[in-house]
Design a protein around this ligand. Structure first.
Ligand code: PLP
Length: 493
């Protein structure tokens, strides 16, 4: 593609994106296709999709193809297999952040094509990331010990590509710290034996990435019960630690959640924190979705006890209109994080190392995208007030959905609705609820996903679209109500 063709097709692509987002509501929210739908080998089947489309051939082209044929195939072949996460009827998972300033920032970042693993590799990337982590940390009210630019602070912040990575590197930092101490205390004990004694904790509502982190990190994980409101409590942790010490194990890490994936519950940090402090355990706080809501002071009570944490993460790419990927993470002691991750070959060293930080020591990959750019664009172009309004509106709309469902005797609400997530179920069996969700999803008119709470099947309704409105909530409730009535009618026969 020549530069002049890039100008032309680039502008067309921006128009395509704007048109797509403007007319997205006319599409099915989830695609009506089956696994393998794109493969040309399927074209021998006489199914509807294959008769309709020339599918993707089994070999890559030898000769260049034109932009027009590629973009045409995108609309023809790819779009029918797309789940539209920005659709006003998409209520699954958590929001996938998206906004025009963020899209534009990512375009520029792609054009710069920098790989900012060290300060010298692209100074602006490191400098802006530091300032953004300082801005955003202040915006959500983190204690100043976490902020990278506070005078004398040992704290620091970094953008990782996912909350899963944040959970994992926190665990690695905690593991390194405890192993350092154990090696000193027991210099003649084999390291593998010490490692086999380590035990981490989380609640049964913690995200599965915590379990994965422990699996990869080769440490035991004890999954603890929550209270009736799906929160991990201090006493539960204290008792578990005591039991495990009695068995000769070494507790070292607790991963807590503010805003659990299943039901947006909040572990009680103000109880858990002192237990971690007394027992010298690393307290990590995963607030992947809920963390951004703390830019609104009225939600900060949900993070009470945060001062006990050693590390904290939240994803602006969930609840702050920033496109994937952008997962912000702070630590109270940056040296405790980097000591677990430093390797320093000559070819990555540079002459500014004593005056700067190199983010290659803060995570797993070496190469890093210019992710702070989109955070900067979004914060500046919405302003803190604009972002607060967006979050408050989502929370108000979730309350509206909660009220509609609660007023309908067919349904029951299954979680405390603090932010944008409502968990509900039809009064009746799990099977009835499973039927309801399957039918809703396959209708293409609404998309939601399930969760299990107290071993019961519940349906999660999350407010996701940036400009969600009252009408969207009423519409979603109407669809749910229609399908539920239909199922009840069928079952009554
Ligand atoms: N932690 C929590 C609390 C989450 O809700 C999620 C995903 O929704 C994750 C971690 C994983 O996020 P990521 O996809 O950024 O790894």
């Amino acid at each position: 593609m020549s530069r002049s063709e890039f100008r032309k097709h680039g502008k067309e692509t921006v128009d395509y994106i704007a048109d797509y987002l403007e007319t997205i509501h006319k599409r099915r929210v989830v695609p009506a296709i089956e696994p393998g739908y794109l493969k040309a080998s399927n074209s021998r089947d006489k199914n509807f999709m294959c008769m309709l489309f020339d599918l993707i051939p089994s070999e890559a082209p030898q000769r260049p193809e034109s932009w027009e044929t590629v973009i045409d195939d995108f609309e023809r072949l790819i779009m029918p297999g797309v789940t539209h996460w920005q659709h006003p009827r998409f209520h699954a998972y958590f929001p996938a952040g998206n906004s025009f300033p963020s899209i534009l920032a990512d375009m520029i970042s792609d054009a710069l094509g920098c790989v900012g693993f060290s300060w010298a590799a692209c100074p602006a990337m490191t400098e802006l990331e530091l300032i953004m982590l300082d801005w955003f940390g202040k915006m959500i009210g983190l204690p100043k010990e976490f902020l990278p630019l506070t005078e004398g602070s040992k704290g620091g912040g970094v953008i990782q590509s996912s909350a899963s990575e944040c959970n994992f590197v926190s665990l690695l930092a905690a593991r390194f710290e405890v192993m350092k101490e154990l090696r000193q205390r027991f210099p003649f004990v084999e390291e593998g034996l010490l490692l086999s004694k380590l035990i981490a904790y989380c609640s049964k509502e913690a995200h599965s990435s915590v379990e994965k982190a422990c699996m990869i990190g080769m440490v035991k994980l004890r999954i603890l019960e929550t209270d009736s409101r799906f929160r991990l409590r201090g006493d539960t942790l204290r008792n578990a630690i005591q039991e495990d010490r009695n068995l000769g194990l070494i507790p070292f890490f607790v991963s807590t959640t503010l805003g659990t994936t299943s039901c947006c519950s909040f572990d009680v940090l103000s109880e858990i924190g002192p237990v971690c402090q007394q027992n010298e355990l690393w307290l990590h706080v995963d607030a992947a979705y809920a963390g951004s809501s703390f830019i609104c002071p009225e939600f900060r009570y949900l993070m009470s006890g945060i001062e006990y944490a050693m590390s904290f993460n939240t994803n602006p790419n969930k609840f702050l209109l920033v496109n994937f990927d952008c997962s912000t993470m702070w630590v109270k002691d940056r040296f405790k994080l980097t000591q677990a991750l430093v390797v320093d070959p000559l070819y990555l060293q540079h002459s500014w190392m004593d005056k700067s930080i190199d983010y290659r020591h803060w995570g797993i990959p070496l190469s890093r995208r210019f992710r702070s750019l989109k955070l900067w664009f979004v914060i500046r172009m919405y302003g803190i007030e604009g972002l607060q309004s967006y979050i408050r509106e989502h929370c108000r709309l979730a309350k509206k959905m909660e009220a509609l469902l609660a007023a309908d005797s067919k349904f029951e609400i299954c979680n405390d609705v603090f932010l944008g997530l409502v968990c509900f179920r039809m009064r009746g069996s799990d099977d009835l609820n499973q039927q309801l969700l399957t039918r809703l999803n396959s209708s293409g008119r609404l998309h939601m996903v399930p969760a299990s709470l107290n071993d019961r099947f519940v349906i999660r309704f999350c407010v996701c679209a940036e400009n969600a409105m009252d009408d969207d909530i009423l519409h979603a409730y109407d669809i749910i109500n229609q399908f539920a009535q239909h199922i009840l009618h069928e079952n009554a026969k």
